[in-house]
Design a protein around this ligand. Structure first.
Ligand code: RVP
Length: 506
């Protein structure tokens, strides 16, 4: 006979936190959000920790190299999506590892033979007005000159005019040589009143551009997450099929941590993948696994050696798994049960396995609820997809800017490995979608939004009398709420004046 749970599963919105005593020491400035991401023996220091309990989802529309750089700068980790070729994913990883704050790869490049028309079209496409002119039109080609909007008069020149005739040529440019520090580059920018300084190697090949506006980037990122070489930390999504080829290539590119990406991780495929990677590369390879929603799934992956375990099925904003297959569980109930299983595993083995709550975060306070319920960090898709740094296109619809956000189970992403069951027969192959293609309101720069979210998390933690995440997990008191309590929680029975959208989750 089938087993029936005696309680319905619940989502975050069905819970609230009850305040504890807030001592005078409990102020947001004293709250720190450092959290483990890899398993560790009780009393020891985890191999890898984050300065922010947030990771970005393993999705084409969320985690590319640009988002990874922005998030690591704020103390979190992106898992670059695996639903692309091994070479493309390795290229994104190495872009993050090679990134140095303030030194950017030129993303707008043309040759001297291109024309003013090409300049205008490129500028319209990228929104960037500084264009590097290189011999082969590539970002690392031999530098021939620079074009900015000060070099041409759009209305008085023919669009067919070659760039060679109006660019600022190499011999008139102030440049810096390979190895220059950011402080030295900024000094040169100030001395010569420049907006942009090209950094070149001995063969005159372009390496980076340094912009005047990026001057403060180091000061802006006190929580930056980097390795012992001062390179940013980055993760990568992998699947249970091509890991024998993919993982070595990603290690070579510099990936710091992996996560097996699947909508249902309670499978022999995942255990086999973890065991193979640990046996082949040893403990230096760190692998998260999931997703699971219950005690059994957690214990199975913990026994297999997973470094962290991801929780959540069907709660993602673009996810229709529950509708399509009737599989899933309310996110709050899943996290609560998995956190209890983690305690059981800790008591038995002395090993702490971090838990990640993945998907379904709609309001910033949901992050605190997930942490209070036992998650060590959260994974978010929709939240990050709204920002400038995410890969989705920014589009103007009905007078407002939106960004594209599509699920890995949508036919646009075609990430069938995340959902299928390794079947090679036609009947076993996936022929239906588990995700949708959508728009979400555009929200601007990642850091500006994250600062607001973090200040809300810290403020709530102070209400709960907790200065760290473990303290929150120990002290939190949670209550379920009735639907009328939820209504009472918003503005009600007033005629509301215009409300600032700043700091709202959506
Ligand atoms: P959200 O943050 O609510 O947008 O959810 C993101 C999560 O949704 C991802 O981390 C992943 O677990 C899940 N996902 C991604 N694609 C799909 C899908 O197409 N069904 N679901």
């Amino acid at each position: 006979m089938a087993f029936y749970y005696d309680q319905p599963s619940r989502t975050f919105s069905e819970y609230l936190l009850i305040p504890n005593l807030t001592t005078k020491a409990c102020i947001p400035d004293n709250v720190q959000l450092r959290t483990p991401i890899t398993r560790f023996r009780k009393g020891e220091i985890p191999f890898l920790q984050m300065n922010l309990p947030m990771t970005s989802a393993i999705m084409q529309s969320v985690s590319d190299h640009n988002l990874a750089i922005a998030l690591a700068g704020c103390g979190g980790i992106s898992f670059i999506y695996g639903s692309q070729s091994i070479a493309e994913q390795a290229d994104m990883i190495s872009k993050v590892k090679k990134y140095k704050a303030g030194f950017v790869d030129s993303d707008s490049n043309l040759t001297p033979q291109h024309t003013l028309g090409d300049v205008l079209r490129l500028k319209a496409r990228t929104g960037h007005s500084t264009i590097a002119i290189t011999e082969n039109g590539q970002s690392n080609g031999k530098l021939m000159g620079i074009v900015t909007s000060r070099d041409y008069r759009e209305n008085q020149m023919s669009e067919s005019e070659p760039i060679a005739g109006f660019m600022t040529p190499r011999q008139s440019l102030v440049v810096a040589m390979e190895g220059v520090s950011l402080a030295e580059a900024n000094e040169t920018i100030w001395q010569h009143k420049l907006n942009c300084l090209p950094v070149i190697d001995k063969e005159d090949r372009l390496l980076h551009l340094v912009f005047r506006k990026d001057h403060d980037s180091l000061k802006e990122h006190p929580l930056e997450l980097h390795d012992s070489n001062k390179q940013l930390i980055v993760g990568a999504g992998i699947n249970t099929r091509d890991y024998k080829e993919r993982v070595p290539a990603l290690i070579e590119a510099g990936a710091d941590i992996f996560c097996i990406d699947s909508s249902d991780g309670y499978s022999e495929w995942q255990a086999e993948t973890i065991r193979y990677l640990k046996a082949t590369f040893g403990e230096r390879v760190k692998v998260g696994a999931g997703n699971v929603v219950d005690r059994e799934g957690f214990l199975y992956l913990a026994e297999a050696g997973a470094d962290f375990i991801k929780v959540g099925i069907g709660g993602g904003s673009i996810c229709i798994t529950r509708e399509q297959k009737g599989i899933g569980r309310g996110q709050a109930t899943s996290v609560i049960e998995v956190a209890a299983a983690r305690q059981e595993y800790l008591d038995k083995t002395g090993i702490y396995v971090p838990v990640c709550s993945d998907g379904g975060i709609v309001h910033d306070y949901h992050i605190v609820l997930a942490l209070a319920m036992g998650a060590d960090f959260v994974m978010l898709g929709r939240y990050f997809a709204r920002f400038d740094e995410s890969p989705g296109r920014k589009v103007l619809i009905g007078g407002s800017f939106v960004k594209e956000y599509w699920g890995e189970g949508s036919s646009r992403a075609r990430n069938w490995h995340r959902y299928d069951h390794h079947s090679e027969t036609k009947a076993g192959k996936l022929e239906f979608e588990e995700g949708v293609d959508s728009f979400i309101p555009y929200a601007g720069r990642l850091k500006d939004n994250l600062d607001i979210t973090v200040s809300k998390i810290k403020s709530t933690m102070c209400n709960c009398g907790a200065l760290t995440i473990p303290e929150l997990q120990q002290k939190a008191r949670l209550t379920t709420v009735s639907s009328t309590t939820i209504v009472e929680g918003g503005a009600h029975d007033v005629i509301q004046k215009e409300r600032s959208s700043q700091g709202m989750a959506q």
